[in-house]
Design a protein around this ligand. Structure first.
Ligand code: NAP
Length: 284
């Protein structure tokens, strides 16, 4: 069969395969725009990664989202990496075309778009606290730094990781005060406008409350990158204390929308994708 008449294949690459809302979101978008394409889950072991990426063109796979544990590992296997993905140090989107394999990172952009457009929070001149210094925290803190906040303070239980992220941000954003905190108390949340949880703490039902409620106040927006459960203990407590709250579903939506646009060149049908996510999340 002519390759052009076959559906173009997209998907999420990770290991182990996890339940993902991305197939529902992207397949709804392809359907709405009548694009002959389908989005799948690709579970590949570390040993299979290199061969899989080499086979994309042959298999008619035109784009991938990349998730745990490959966001950093794919970088040396790509032909080109965007300046943003280089700055973040991770790739979450691959485009495969006659130009070869190109890597992008849409996580930070997705977070910032949700924060500014939907939640109407402008980070400029704000005091920001971030818990976590892993991949998601890197994407979020780079994009927050681009928006010129007053300060960003970062805490991670792995002190070395926090130090590395803080040095990286200081080197790239010289006009912003970037601080490291040794503990949650050291984050100075009482003086902050925005608190971001970029750790997985809160995904499990028996997870401890990450931040003591005495630090939460009415002037604070608490943004938890977790979207399953929709309301973590942190968000529940913050809501009870009168803070504004958001989970990470909006970030997932907008990072996916940007990936979709990079792959198809079409404007992402946000309302359709949002609806697919909202329906998908009810089934989790
Ligand atoms: P990651 O690379 O594992 O980073 C998490 C970091 O948090 C690690 O450095 C970890 O340290 C640290 N940490 C764990 N427990 C902590 C605690 N109690 N206090 C302070 N730091 C702690 O994970 P990730 O890929 O960045 O993802 C983080 C979260 O964001 C996950 O829940 C993920 O699902 C979510 N996420 C959401 C979206 C979205 O679209 N909404 C996108 C990406 C990620 P150790 O390594 O020492 O444990």
């Amino acid at each position: 069969m002519d390759k052009n008449s076959c559906p173009k294949i997209y998907g999420v690459l990770g290991y182990p395969a996890r339940h993902s809302l991305s197939p529902a979101m992207h397949n709804a978008a392809f359907g709405a725009l009548k694009i002959n394409a389908e989005y799948r889950i690709f579970e590949k072991t570390p040993g299979e990664l290199g061969n899989f990426l080499c086979s994309l063109s042959k298999e008619n796979i035109c784009g991938l989202n990349v998730t745990v544990p490959y966001k950093e590992k794919v970088i040396p296997l790509l032909n080109k990496v965007s300046a943003e993905a280089k700055l973040i140090g991770a790739v979450n989107t691959i485009r495969s075309s006659d130009k070869g394999l190109e890597g992008f990172n849409t996580d930070g952009e997705g977070f910032l778009r949700h924060l500014t457009e939907d939640l109407r929070f402008n980070p400029q001149d704000k005091v920001i606290a971030v818990i976590g210094a892993g991949g998601a925290a890197r994407a979020v803190s780079v994009f927050l730094s681009k928006a010129e906040p007053k300060t960003i303070t970062i805490h991670d239980i792995d002190r070395t990781k926090a130090e590395t992220l803080v040095s990286h941000l200081r080197a790239n954003f010289k006009d912003i005060e970037i601080k490291m905190a040794d503990s949650i108390a050291g984050l100075n949340i009482l003086d902050s406008d925005l608190l971001v949880n970029a750790t997985p703490i809160g995904m499990k039902e028996d997870a401890p409350l990450l931040v003591d409620e005495k630090f939460i106040h009415r002037g604070l927006l608490v943004y938890d990158l977790i979207y399953n459960p929709a309301e973590t203990k942190l968000l529940k407590t913050a809501k009870q204390k009168g803070a504004m709250v958001s989970n990470g579903l909006g970030m997932l939506l907008y990072q996916g929308a940007r990936s979709f646009e990079l792959w198809t060149g079409e404007k992402a049908p946000i309302a359709i994708m949002r609806q697919a996510l909202n329906e998908g999340v009810k089934k989790l």
